[in-house]
Design a binder for this molecule. Sequence first.
Ligand code: COA
Length: 180
Amino acid sequence: MKTYKGNERGIDWDLVAQIICDWIADSVKAGDALLPQNLGTIKAQLERGECAVVFDGKQVVGYLTTYLLGTDSHGRAWYEVGTGIVPVERRGQGIGAILYKYIAKRHPKETLVCTTKNPVALHLSVSAGFEIRPFSDVPTEIRQGLCYSAPCFIAGENNCCVSQQELGGTCYARIRLPLK
Ligand SMILES: CC(C)(COP(=O)(O)OP(=O)(O)OC[C@H]1O[C@@H](n2cnc3c(N)ncnc32)[C@H](O)[C@@H]1OP(=O)(O)O)[C@@H](O)C(=O)NCCC(=O)NCCS
């Protein structure tokens, strides 16, 4: 398997974007809580080259992206890591682990944050060096882009969101500070 960042030459990224878009639509239909995406947003993310896209030979088998949330008052850049997706028939084969580790390695100097209620994504991000932290550890100026500021956010005692609305269940913030 080989991992790309999304804008290398020699790959039909428009076709890849369409495939990823279809996976996300299926996943949302199945009830997974993924950030809303469309073909345009996925193409833009691939063009920026801040994604992890895993190929098994010529077949695309996994996708994870990053978004710049902003820069905090100490000048640190914060990126959200999200929309991790592997097609159903390829899950449980280690592709998700490749995605999270690739993104963590490619952003050694940035602060990465992700939120999810998916236990597999939670496990994979912790394995890639993220720590479960209170949402309050995310500076106010960065929070706007996160679900922290969403109407469904209800702070729980256990460093998590305990909202039962829309996303449902318990959602954790995870942060990977810059590597030294
Ligand atoms: C999340 C997702 C990308 C993971 O991809 P994947 O390729 O199946 O993941 P992997 O095979 O690399 O890893 C699965 C890991 O989770 C562990 N795992 C499986 N079920 C688990 C559970 N219920 N709770 C905790 N860990 C679990 C496995 O043991 C494995 O860990 P290991 O590598 O330490 O052995 C995939 O499940 C997916 O596309 N889900 C739907 C979309 C979604 O909700 N994405 C999350 C968005 S933030």
